[in-house]
Each structure stands twice: as structure tokens, then as C-alpha cells.
Design a binder for this molecule. Structure first.
Ligand SMILES: C[S@@+](CC[C@H](N)C(=O)[O-])C[C@H]1O[C@@H](n2cnc3c(N)ncnc32)[C@H](O)[C@@H]1O
Length: 267
């Protein structure tokens, strides 16, 4: 594939996909990403792990509901324990389409999944549902006449209000059949205390200065509005670590309270 210079990897500015990979202990990041990760709150690693734990439990839950096809939007760099591995533990026939617009994530995933006929990575902007639905991978792997698990894990906080996040959610869910699900996690400042707020503001200012993609925190009420029209699956909107916690010791105890999580069903 010819390289589009506008899409070449920019190693001069940190990027959320690569910072997240660094926080999770991955190898697909550059010095600029590690420096940005180190400037984040000291709890950022825990936040990344907590989010990842929710994603794993949500995919398992959806698989238990019989969902065997997933659209993972803003999937990031596929590291161990990615969605297709989890989904296939429940159902070996599960199919997954990953979507991201970060060149390192896209290139690595395409290489990793090259021999896997049930899984594909699409290079697209999640803010443009139409282009995702039109992609060859979605048309080949996802059957829109059957329930789909739509995943928006730790990605909508990169989408400002001006880009209409509620319209984006609707742009995916409205094209699925009833019985489809949305799993969503999102950064929030709801629990921040005054001193933590000051630290977070400082960390946030460093982050916004050094990265290509600013973060927008949203409140519980704002998240509820994003999924209005869908049925929240109990226990509703919770801290990510509290969403149906696993009985085993897979998830270490968490002290952070900055990621909300929910699973909702299309009625
Ligand atoms: C924090 S990571 C989350 C990865 C994964 N969903 C998870 O929860 O473990 C956020 C991902 O969203 C991607 N992303 C952010 N904005 C995007 C956009 N407009 N279109 C596609 N991907 C986007 C980033 O490149 C990054 O890989």
C-alpha cells in the first residue's frame, strides 16, 4: 500500500493509542509517548488497567448473551487479551472488526491479523460512522441483520461536543438490529477532589500540550444523555472496576475513580 504522507507516523507528538500502549506495558510506543505517559497522573497506569478490565468483562458478558460479532471502535494497538481473543474463548466463531485512525495501531493490527479470516482492522475515523459501515471489512465480517456488540471503550473522551458524540453513538446503534449492545467507557472528573483536581489540571495541561488529541471529561449525566434511547444493563453506569466485577483475582483492587463504564442494549 502506498504511504500517504499525511498519515505517516508522527513521532514528534505523543498519541493516545501509543501512550495507552505504554501504560499497559506494551512495546509499540516512542520516547515522546513515554514522556507524556510519565507526566500524567501517577494513577494513569491503574486507570488504563481498570478500563481494560471492564472491556474484557463486557465482551465476555456480551458473548454470554449470544453476541458473536463485534465492532471495536478506537480499538488501539492490539495487545495480549484483545477483543477477538476474549470473544473467541466464549465462541470460536466470533468475528471482530477493529477501527482506529492511529497509523501505528493500524499497521500493527493489520500485520498481526493478516492470516485471520475472522478479524480485520479498518483505518477510519470513528466520528464518521458512515465510512465505517461502508468499509469492506464491515460488509464482509458483520451481518447487520443479527445483533452486534458495538464497543466504544475509552475513545469518546477524545471526541469534543462540537463533533456530536451522541450523534456518533446513534450513527452506530441505529444501524444495528434490536438486541444489539453498546459497551462504553469514558474518562470523568466527577470524583475529583480539590487537590486532585489541581494535580489533574496540571497533568491535563501537560497532556494537552504534548499530544495530538485533547481529552474531554464528561459527567454521569452527560453519559446517560449519550445513550438515551438504549436500555442500560444492570448495574447501569458505574466506575469501570465496579461493572460486574469478576469473582476471580484477575482484576487487582482499584483505587482510581476516573473511568465510568456502562453496557446498554438496543430495545
Ligand atoms: C485509550 S485508547 C483505548 C483502546 C481500547 N478501546 C481500550 O479501551 O482498551 C483510545 C484509542 O482511540 C483511538 N482514537 C481516538 N480518536 C479516534 C478517532 N477519531 N477515530 C479513530 N480512533 C480514534 C486512539 O488512536 C486510541 O487507539
Amino acid at each position: 500500500m502506498a504511504e500517504d504522507p499525511a498519515r505517516a507516523v508522527d513521532t514528534s507528538r505523543a498519541n493516545p493509542a501509543r501512550i495507552y500502549d505504554y501504560l499497559l506495558g506494551g512495546a509499540h510506543n516512542f520516547e515522546v509517548d513515554r514522556a507524556a505517559g510519565d507526566q500524567m497522573l501517577p494513577t494513569a497506569r491503574q486507570t488504563a488497567r481498570v478500563n481494560r478490565g471492564f472491556l474484557r468483562r463486557a465482551v465476555r458478558f456480551l458473548a454470554e448473551q449470544g453476541v458473536d460479532q463485534f465492532l471495536d471502535l478506537g480499538s488501539g494497538i492490539p495487545t495480549v487479551g484483545n477483543v477477538h481473543e476474549i470473544a473467541r474463548q466464549a465462541n470460536p466463531a466470533a468475528r471482530v472488526v477493529y477501527v482506529d485512525n492511529e497509523p501505528v495501531a493500524v499497521a500493527y493490527a493489520q500485520q498481526l491479523l493478516a492470516d485471520d479470516p475472522q478479524t480485520e482492522m479498518v483505518d477510519a475515523d470513528v466520528r464518521d460512522p458512515e465510512s465505517v459501515w461502508r468499509s469492506d471489512a464491515v460488509r464482509r465480517l458483520l451481518d447487520q441483520d443479527r445483533p452486534i456488540g458495538v464497543l466504544l471503550a475509552a475513545v469518546l473522551h477524545f471526541v469534543p461536543d462540537a463533533d456530536d458524540p451522541a450523534g456518533i453513538v446513534a450513527g452506530y446503534l441505529e444501524r444495528t438490529v434490536p438486541g444489539s449492545f453498546l459497551a462504553l467507557s469514558h474518562y470523568t472528573a466527577d470524583a475529583w477532589q480539590v487537590d486532585q483536581q489541581q494535580n489533574a489540571t496540571r497533568a491535563g495541561e501537560n497532556y494537552q500540550r504534548n499530544t495530538s488529541t485533547p481529552v474531554v471529561t464528561r459527567s454521569r449525566a452527560e453519559l446517560a444523555a449519550l445513550v438515551a434511547g438504549l436500555e442500560l444493563v444492570p448495574p447501569g453506569i458505574t466506575w469501570a472496576q465496579d461493572w460486574r466485577p469478576a469473582a476471580d483475582a484477575e482484576d487487582p483492587p482499584a483505587t482510581v475513580h476516573d473511568i465510568y463504564a456502562l453496557v446498554a442494549r438496543r430495545p
